[in-house]
Design a protein around this ligand. Structure first.
Ligand code: SAM
Length: 290
Protein backbone atom coordinates (compact mmCIF):
# COMPACT_ATOMS: atom_id res chain seq x y z
CA UNK A 1 0.00 0.00 0.00
CA UNK A 2 1.61 3.26 -1.11
CA UNK A 3 -1.35 5.48 -0.51
CA UNK A 4 -1.59 7.19 2.85
CA UNK A 5 -4.40 9.68 3.08
CA UNK A 6 -2.63 10.98 6.19
CA UNK A 7 -0.50 13.46 4.23
CA UNK A 8 -3.49 14.63 2.20
CA UNK A 9 -5.89 14.95 5.14
CA UNK A 10 -7.48 18.38 5.31
CA UNK A 11 -6.04 19.48 1.95
CA UNK A 12 -7.97 21.61 -0.57
CA UNK A 13 -9.54 18.47 -2.03
CA UNK A 14 -10.87 17.42 1.38
CA UNK A 15 -12.28 20.90 1.92
CA UNK A 16 -14.30 20.67 -1.28
CA UNK A 17 -15.33 17.03 -0.80
CA UNK A 18 -16.30 17.34 2.85
CA UNK A 19 -18.17 20.65 2.50
CA UNK A 20 -20.21 19.15 -0.34
CA UNK A 21 -20.69 15.90 1.58
CA UNK A 22 -22.21 17.83 4.49
CA UNK A 23 -24.54 19.67 2.12
CA UNK A 24 -25.58 16.44 0.39
CA UNK A 25 -26.37 14.75 3.71
CA UNK A 26 -28.32 17.79 4.92
CA UNK A 27 -30.16 17.95 1.59
CA UNK A 28 -31.18 14.28 1.74
CA UNK A 29 -32.23 14.70 5.36
CA UNK A 30 -34.92 17.17 4.31
CA UNK A 31 -36.98 14.00 3.96
CA UNK A 32 -37.84 12.30 7.23
CA UNK A 33 -37.27 8.77 5.91
CA UNK A 34 -33.95 7.21 6.93
CA UNK A 35 -31.15 6.55 4.47
CA UNK A 36 -28.05 4.42 4.09
CA UNK A 37 -24.75 6.27 3.91
CA UNK A 38 -22.31 3.95 2.14
CA UNK A 39 -18.66 5.02 2.15
CA UNK A 40 -16.88 2.66 -0.27
CA UNK A 41 -13.36 3.95 0.52
CA UNK A 42 -13.73 5.16 4.09
CA UNK A 43 -10.14 5.68 5.27
CA UNK A 44 -9.22 5.83 8.97
CA UNK A 45 -11.82 8.39 10.01
CA UNK A 46 -9.54 10.56 12.13
CA UNK A 47 -6.20 12.06 11.10
CA UNK A 48 -3.52 13.35 13.43
CA UNK A 49 -2.25 16.48 11.73
CA UNK A 50 0.53 17.02 14.26
CA UNK A 51 2.34 13.81 13.30
CA UNK A 52 1.75 14.48 9.60
CA UNK A 53 3.34 17.89 10.11
CA UNK A 54 6.70 16.27 10.78
CA UNK A 55 6.93 14.98 7.21
CA UNK A 56 8.38 11.51 6.58
CA UNK A 57 11.21 9.61 4.96
CA UNK A 58 9.63 10.13 1.55
CA UNK A 59 9.73 13.83 2.28
CA UNK A 60 6.00 14.16 1.94
CA UNK A 61 4.77 17.33 3.50
CA UNK A 62 1.35 17.76 5.04
CA UNK A 63 -1.16 19.43 2.78
CA UNK A 64 -3.65 20.73 5.35
CA UNK A 65 -2.07 24.22 5.64
CA UNK A 66 -3.25 24.88 2.06
CA UNK A 67 -6.68 23.46 2.84
CA UNK A 68 -8.45 23.58 6.19
CA UNK A 69 -5.55 25.73 7.42
CA UNK A 70 -6.70 28.55 5.11
CA UNK A 71 -10.25 28.46 6.54
CA UNK A 72 -9.48 27.77 10.18
CA UNK A 73 -9.41 31.37 11.37
CA UNK A 74 -11.14 33.00 8.40
CA UNK A 75 -14.04 35.24 9.28
CA UNK A 76 -17.28 35.87 7.39
CA UNK A 77 -17.29 32.53 5.63
CA UNK A 78 -20.41 31.62 3.64
CA UNK A 79 -22.57 29.42 5.86
CA UNK A 80 -21.82 25.98 4.28
CA UNK A 81 -18.09 26.67 4.74
CA UNK A 82 -18.55 27.88 8.30
CA UNK A 83 -20.63 24.79 9.10
CA UNK A 84 -17.83 22.62 7.72
CA UNK A 85 -15.20 24.45 9.79
CA UNK A 86 -17.43 24.21 12.89
CA UNK A 87 -17.67 20.42 12.48
CA UNK A 88 -13.91 20.09 12.04
CA UNK A 89 -13.39 22.33 15.09
CA UNK A 90 -15.78 20.20 17.17
CA UNK A 91 -13.86 17.07 16.19
CA UNK A 92 -10.54 18.73 16.96
CA UNK A 93 -11.78 19.84 20.39
CA UNK A 94 -13.21 16.38 21.14
CA UNK A 95 -9.81 14.83 20.46
CA UNK A 96 -7.74 17.20 22.54
CA UNK A 97 -7.35 20.34 20.41
CA UNK A 98 -7.30 23.60 22.36
CA UNK A 99 -10.51 25.61 21.82
CA UNK A 100 -8.79 28.72 20.43
CA UNK A 101 -5.77 27.16 18.79
CA UNK A 102 -4.40 28.86 15.68
CA UNK A 103 -4.39 25.58 13.74
CA UNK A 104 -6.12 22.20 13.86
CA UNK A 105 -4.46 19.14 15.39
CA UNK A 106 -7.00 16.51 14.27
CA UNK A 107 -9.02 16.21 11.09
CA UNK A 108 -12.18 14.11 10.60
CA UNK A 109 -12.56 11.94 7.53
CA UNK A 110 -15.83 11.35 5.72
CA UNK A 111 -17.04 8.55 8.07
CA UNK A 112 -16.74 10.75 11.15
CA UNK A 113 -18.50 13.66 9.50
CA UNK A 114 -21.33 11.39 8.35
CA UNK A 115 -21.51 9.87 11.82
CA UNK A 116 -22.04 13.22 13.56
CA UNK A 117 -24.72 14.19 11.06
CA UNK A 118 -26.59 10.86 11.08
CA UNK A 119 -30.07 10.84 12.59
CA UNK A 120 -31.35 7.79 14.52
CA UNK A 121 -33.15 6.56 11.38
CA UNK A 122 -30.00 6.75 9.21
CA UNK A 123 -27.54 3.90 8.84
CA UNK A 124 -23.85 3.99 8.00
CA UNK A 125 -21.87 1.29 6.18
CA UNK A 126 -18.15 2.03 6.05
CA UNK A 127 -15.86 -0.04 3.82
CA UNK A 128 -12.09 0.03 3.77
CA UNK A 129 -9.67 -2.45 2.24
CA UNK A 130 -6.59 -1.97 4.41
CA UNK A 131 -6.47 -3.58 7.84
CA UNK A 132 -4.56 -0.80 9.62
CA UNK A 133 -7.08 1.75 8.40
CA UNK A 134 -9.99 -0.49 9.43
CA UNK A 135 -8.56 -0.87 12.94
CA UNK A 136 -7.99 2.88 13.23
CA UNK A 137 -11.49 3.64 11.91
CA UNK A 138 -13.14 1.34 14.45
CA UNK A 139 -11.11 3.08 17.17
CA UNK A 140 -12.11 6.54 15.92
CA UNK A 141 -15.84 5.82 16.15
CA UNK A 142 -17.59 6.08 19.52
CA UNK A 143 -18.39 2.60 20.92
CA UNK A 144 -22.03 3.50 21.46
CA UNK A 145 -23.89 3.61 18.13
CA UNK A 146 -20.76 2.36 16.34
CA UNK A 147 -21.71 1.81 12.69
CA UNK A 148 -20.67 -1.21 10.72
CA UNK A 149 -17.09 -1.08 9.48
CA UNK A 150 -16.23 -3.72 6.88
CA UNK A 151 -12.85 -4.78 5.66
CA UNK A 152 -13.94 -5.04 2.10
CA UNK A 153 -13.25 -3.87 -1.44
CA UNK A 154 -15.43 -0.78 -1.87
CA UNK A 155 -16.62 -1.74 -5.34
CA UNK A 156 -17.85 -5.14 -4.18
CA UNK A 157 -19.73 -3.30 -1.41
CA UNK A 158 -21.91 -1.72 -4.11
CA UNK A 159 -23.05 -5.22 -5.04
CA UNK A 160 -23.27 -6.46 -1.46
CA UNK A 161 -25.13 -3.52 0.09
CA UNK A 162 -27.40 -2.11 -2.59
CA UNK A 163 -30.33 -1.83 -2.68
CA UNK A 164 -30.67 -1.09 1.03
CA UNK A 165 -33.77 -1.81 3.10
CA UNK A 166 -34.32 1.95 3.38
CA UNK A 167 -34.53 2.26 -0.46
CA UNK A 168 -32.60 5.53 -0.10
CA UNK A 169 -28.84 5.92 -0.10
CA UNK A 170 -25.96 8.31 -0.38
CA UNK A 171 -22.91 6.50 -1.73
CA UNK A 172 -19.51 8.18 -1.52
CA UNK A 173 -16.89 6.70 -3.87
CA UNK A 174 -13.55 8.21 -2.93
CA UNK A 175 -10.74 5.93 -4.15
CA UNK A 176 -7.00 6.65 -4.03
CA UNK A 177 -6.45 6.61 -7.85
CA UNK A 178 -3.28 4.58 -7.43
CA UNK A 179 -4.01 2.16 -10.23
CA UNK A 180 -4.68 2.66 -13.94
CA UNK A 181 -8.02 0.87 -13.74
CA UNK A 182 -9.59 3.16 -11.10
CA UNK A 183 -11.73 5.11 -13.57
CA UNK A 184 -12.94 1.89 -15.20
CA UNK A 185 -13.81 0.49 -11.76
CA UNK A 186 -15.78 3.64 -10.96
CA UNK A 187 -17.73 3.42 -14.23
CA UNK A 188 -18.53 -0.27 -13.61
CA UNK A 189 -19.45 0.55 -10.00
CA UNK A 190 -21.79 3.35 -11.05
CA UNK A 191 -23.45 1.16 -13.67
CA UNK A 192 -23.98 -1.55 -11.06
CA UNK A 193 -25.14 0.92 -8.40
CA UNK A 194 -27.65 2.61 -10.72
CA UNK A 195 -29.04 -0.74 -11.77
CA UNK A 196 -29.57 -1.74 -8.14
CA UNK A 197 -30.81 1.64 -6.88
CA UNK A 198 -31.74 3.96 -9.78
CA UNK A 199 -32.77 6.79 -7.44
CA UNK A 200 -29.68 6.56 -5.20
CA UNK A 201 -27.37 9.53 -4.80
CA UNK A 202 -23.82 8.66 -5.88
CA UNK A 203 -20.93 11.06 -5.25
CA UNK A 204 -17.55 10.37 -6.86
CA UNK A 205 -14.39 12.28 -6.05
CA UNK A 206 -11.78 12.58 -8.82
CA UNK A 207 -8.49 14.45 -9.23
CA UNK A 208 -7.68 16.94 -11.98
CA UNK A 209 -4.24 15.75 -12.98
CA UNK A 210 -4.13 14.54 -16.56
CA UNK A 211 -6.59 16.11 -18.96
CA UNK A 212 -6.77 12.99 -21.17
CA UNK A 213 -7.80 10.68 -18.32
CA UNK A 214 -10.54 13.05 -17.20
CA UNK A 215 -11.84 13.33 -20.75
CA UNK A 216 -11.94 9.52 -21.07
CA UNK A 217 -13.80 9.33 -17.77
CA UNK A 218 -16.43 11.81 -18.92
CA UNK A 219 -16.89 10.08 -22.25
CA UNK A 220 -17.31 6.80 -20.32
CA UNK A 221 -19.96 8.48 -18.19
CA UNK A 222 -21.88 9.48 -21.28
CA UNK A 223 -22.26 5.81 -22.15
CA UNK A 224 -24.15 5.24 -18.86
CA UNK A 225 -27.80 6.26 -18.76
CA UNK A 226 -27.18 9.03 -16.30
CA UNK A 227 -29.95 10.40 -14.09
CA UNK A 228 -29.77 14.13 -13.19
CA UNK A 229 -26.06 14.70 -12.65
CA UNK A 230 -23.74 17.61 -12.00
CA UNK A 231 -20.12 18.00 -11.16
CA UNK A 232 -18.41 20.63 -9.05
CA UNK A 233 -14.79 21.26 -9.99
CA UNK A 234 -12.29 23.30 -8.01
CA UNK A 235 -8.92 24.31 -9.43
CA UNK A 236 -6.29 25.98 -7.24
CA UNK A 237 -3.95 26.64 -10.18
CA UNK A 238 -3.91 26.56 -13.96
CA UNK A 239 -2.19 23.97 -16.16
CA UNK A 240 1.09 25.92 -16.23
CA UNK A 241 1.63 25.54 -12.49
CA UNK A 242 4.12 23.04 -11.00
CA UNK A 243 1.37 21.33 -8.99
CA UNK A 244 0.79 17.65 -9.82
CA UNK A 245 -2.83 17.89 -8.73
CA UNK A 246 -4.11 21.33 -9.67
CA UNK A 247 -7.72 20.64 -8.79
CA UNK A 248 -10.39 18.06 -8.19
CA UNK A 249 -14.07 17.41 -8.71
CA UNK A 250 -17.05 15.82 -7.07
CA UNK A 251 -19.46 14.23 -9.51
CA UNK A 252 -22.96 13.76 -8.09
CA UNK A 253 -25.67 11.57 -9.63
CA UNK A 254 -29.21 12.19 -8.38
CA UNK A 255 -28.33 15.18 -6.19
CA UNK A 256 -31.00 16.37 -3.75
CA UNK A 257 -33.57 18.51 -5.59
CA UNK A 258 -32.36 22.04 -6.40
CA UNK A 259 -29.36 21.83 -4.10
CA UNK A 260 -27.26 23.37 -6.89
CA UNK A 261 -28.78 26.75 -6.01
CA UNK A 262 -27.39 26.39 -2.47
CA UNK A 263 -23.93 25.38 -3.68
CA UNK A 264 -23.23 27.78 -6.55
CA UNK A 265 -23.16 30.94 -4.33
CA UNK A 266 -20.20 29.88 -2.16
CA UNK A 267 -17.95 28.45 -4.89
CA UNK A 268 -16.22 31.76 -5.85
CA UNK A 269 -15.31 32.39 -2.18
CA UNK A 270 -13.92 28.87 -1.93
CA UNK A 271 -11.72 29.29 -5.03
CA UNK A 272 -10.41 32.59 -3.70
CA UNK A 273 -9.60 31.12 -0.28
CA UNK A 274 -7.80 28.09 -1.67
CA UNK A 275 -5.97 29.61 -4.67
CA UNK A 276 -2.28 28.63 -4.87
CA UNK A 277 -1.33 29.97 -8.32
CA UNK A 278 -3.11 32.04 -10.99
CA UNK A 279 -6.07 30.26 -12.54
CA UNK A 280 -8.01 29.22 -9.43
CA UNK A 281 -11.68 28.63 -10.09
CA UNK A 282 -14.70 26.66 -8.88
CA UNK A 283 -17.92 25.94 -10.70
CA UNK A 284 -20.87 23.60 -10.94
CA UNK A 285 -21.68 22.07 -14.32
CA UNK A 286 -24.76 20.03 -15.12
CA UNK A 287 -24.15 16.91 -17.22
CA UNK A 288 -27.83 15.93 -17.21
CA UNK A 289 -30.19 18.61 -15.94
CA UNK A 290 -32.93 17.73 -13.42
C1 SAM B 1 -9.01 9.01 -0.36
S1 SAM B 1 -8.91 7.86 0.92
C2 SAM B 1 -10.49 7.94 1.62
C3 SAM B 1 -10.76 9.19 2.38
C4 SAM B 1 -12.12 9.26 3.02
N1 SAM B 1 -13.20 8.91 2.09
C5 SAM B 1 -12.36 10.64 3.55
O1 SAM B 1 -12.92 11.49 2.84
O2 SAM B 1 -11.99 10.88 4.70
C6 SAM B 1 -8.99 6.35 0.06
C7 SAM B 1 -9.02 5.13 0.97
O3 SAM B 1 -9.37 3.99 0.17
C8 SAM B 1 -8.72 2.86 0.70
N2 SAM B 1 -8.78 1.84 -0.37
C9 SAM B 1 -7.92 1.62 -1.39
N3 SAM B 1 -8.42 0.68 -2.24
C10 SAM B 1 -9.64 0.31 -1.72
C11 SAM B 1 -10.66 -0.58 -2.15
N4 SAM B 1 -10.54 -1.30 -3.28
N5 SAM B 1 -11.77 -0.70 -1.40
C12 SAM B 1 -11.90 0.03 -0.25
N6 SAM B 1 -10.98 0.88 0.21
C13 SAM B 1 -9.86 1.04 -0.52
C14 SAM B 1 -7.35 3.38 1.08
O4 SAM B 1 -6.76 2.55 2.05
C15 SAM B 1 -7.70 4.77 1.62
O5 SAM B 1 -7.90 4.71 3.01
Amino acid sequence: MNYLHHYHAGNFADVLKHTLLIQLIRGLQRKERGLLYLDTHAGRGLYDLTSASQGDRLDRQPEWPQGIGRLWTASDLPSPLSEYVALVRACDAKHGGAPDSASPSRYPGSPLLAHVLARPQDRLALCELHTDEVVALRRALPPSRRPSVRELDGYSALRAMLPPLERRALVLIDPPFETQDEYANILDGLAEGLQRLPGGTFAVWYPLTERARNEDFFSGLRSLRLPPTWTVELTVADEESPLKMRGCGLLVLNPPWQIDSEIIPWLPALAELLAQYPGANADLRWLVHE
